[in-house]
Design a protein around this ligand. Structure first.
Ligand SMILES: C[S@@+](CC[C@H](N)C(=O)[O-])C[C@H]1O[C@@H](n2cnc3c(N)ncnc32)[C@H](O)[C@@H]1O
Length: 223
């Protein structure tokens, strides 16, 4: 399988950078999370793909649980598992769901294979999986496929690569960053490669269901 991609950012030959276990990095994000341009459009689009009758939801790289809380607001009769590896994010998510015994917040590094968490009707993620290296992204997608019940859905609202540096710089400018200040943890990959991987793994109905510049909603179902 070729892992060649036409344009990537944040990848070096040395150890991959991931700053998200830093409390300061997590808090900087949480302060600006609501201001990220167009994100609420992507979140609204994601909500449309959560199947009626969903009982169990897994949120990968949950942060403070923002996306999971949104999905559960429209699917209240659900239980959920929220995964992250940042102590500050885990604390924020545990605080958010403290009064809800149907949400379990679990520490796990997505660089490692997912633990046995049972089966899910929906696996969701927003702006998290691009922090793992490309080979791990693909392996994680296969693990997600195996975790889904028949008819279950994977909704990945993701930060993907631009097709060239000019468009990358424009995107950064629109979200208040430059190439100097962008997160070195990002390991951006074009969305076409990720859609192809999902199809190769066996996901059905795979498509990019919403996109604004480097923000994209990738969706596929189990069977
Ligand atoms: C940009 S934040 C998004 C948080 C949340 N999903 C949201 O949409 O607000 C990225 C999240 O991915 C988590 N993350 C990054 N790399 C991770 C890894 N290797 N394992 C687990 N979580 C990771 C970070 O701790 C952080 O919570």
């Amino acid at each position: 399988m070729s892992l060649y991609v036409p344009y990537t950012f944040g990848m070096t030959a040395s150890e991959p950078v991931n700053l998200w276990t830093s409390a300061e990095h997590a808090r900087d994000y949480l302060v600006r999370a609501d201001q990220i341009s167009h994100r609420t459009e992507g979140e609204s689009a994601l909500l449309e793909f959560i199947p009626a009758g969903t009982h169990r939801i897994l949120d990968l790289g949950t942060g403070d649980g923002r996306l999971l809380a949104l999905v559960r607001s429209t699917h209240p009769d659900t239980e959920a598992v929220a995964v992250d590896f940042s102590p500050a994010m885990l604390q924020a998510a545990r605080q958010r769901f403290a009064a809800d015994s149907r949400v379990k917040v679990i520490e796990h590094n997505l660089d490692e294979p997912l633990p046995n968490l049972g089966k899910f009707d929906a696996v969701i993620s927003s702006f998290a999986i691009h922090h793992v290296v490309h080979e791990r992204k693909r392996a994680l997608y296969a693990e997600i496929y195996d975790l889904l019940n028949t008819g279950g859905v994977f909704c990945n609202l993701e930060h993907v690569a631009s097709v060239n540096q000019r468009l990358h710089q424009e995107f950064l400018q629109r979200i208040g960053f430059t190439v100097e200040t962008e997160d070195p943890s990002n390991k951006l990959l074009d969305f076409e490669t990720q859609l192809r991987w999902l199809r190769e793994i066996g996901f059905a109905g795979v498509d990019c269901q919403w996109k604004w510049r480097e923000l994209a909603l990738l969706v596929g179902t189990q069977s």
